[in-house]
Ligand binder design. Structure first.
Ligand SMILES: [Zn+2]
Length: 137
């Protein structure tokens, strides 16, 4: 593994479960057992009913692109060396949205509603990033 020089996520006691899951190639999200709401990014309380009765579930890792942007120039300094790159909001089949990169594709072929699937990319010993690629059937 080459040394990874881009900014890394900060792991909190709450988000550690999510990041540990990614390291095992599992995409986790939370579900409120009281009202049924699906929750992402990790929270202590359900944002709908304020309940504490949350559980972790494993996503199938599939969704659709809600919206996206491709950065060709004018990237923040830390990302200047990796252009072009795509940042997208992905609407997961389980009903939550997450932001990530779309990889392994021709950016000119991206479109909203395109089906995508998670592609785990280990970048350090601790961090595996959940990126997405066009779904392979
Ligand atoms: Zn709830």
């Amino acid at each position: 593994m080459d040394e990874y020089t881009l900014p890394l996520p900060l792991i909190t006691t709450l988000s550690k479960v999510f990041w540990d899951g990614c390291r095992e190639n599992k995409l986790l999200y939370q579900h409120c057992k009281d009202c049924g709401r699906v929750i992402f990014f990790p929270k202590h309380l359900c944002p709908d009913c304020m309940g504490h009765n949350l559980e972790w579930l494993e996503s199938q890792g599939k969704g659709r692109i809600d919206t996206f942007t491709v950065t060709y120039e004018g990237a923040p300094p830390a990302f200047m060396g990796v252009t072009p790159y795509c940042v997208a909001i992905i609407r997961m089949d389980e009903g939550y949205r997450m932001m990530s990169n779309i990889v392994e594709c021709d950016f000119d072929e991206l479109e909203c509603e395109m089906p995508v699937e998670v592609a785990f990319v280990p970048v350090t010993e601790e961090i595996t990033l959940p990126k997405f690629r066009p779904a392979r059937g």
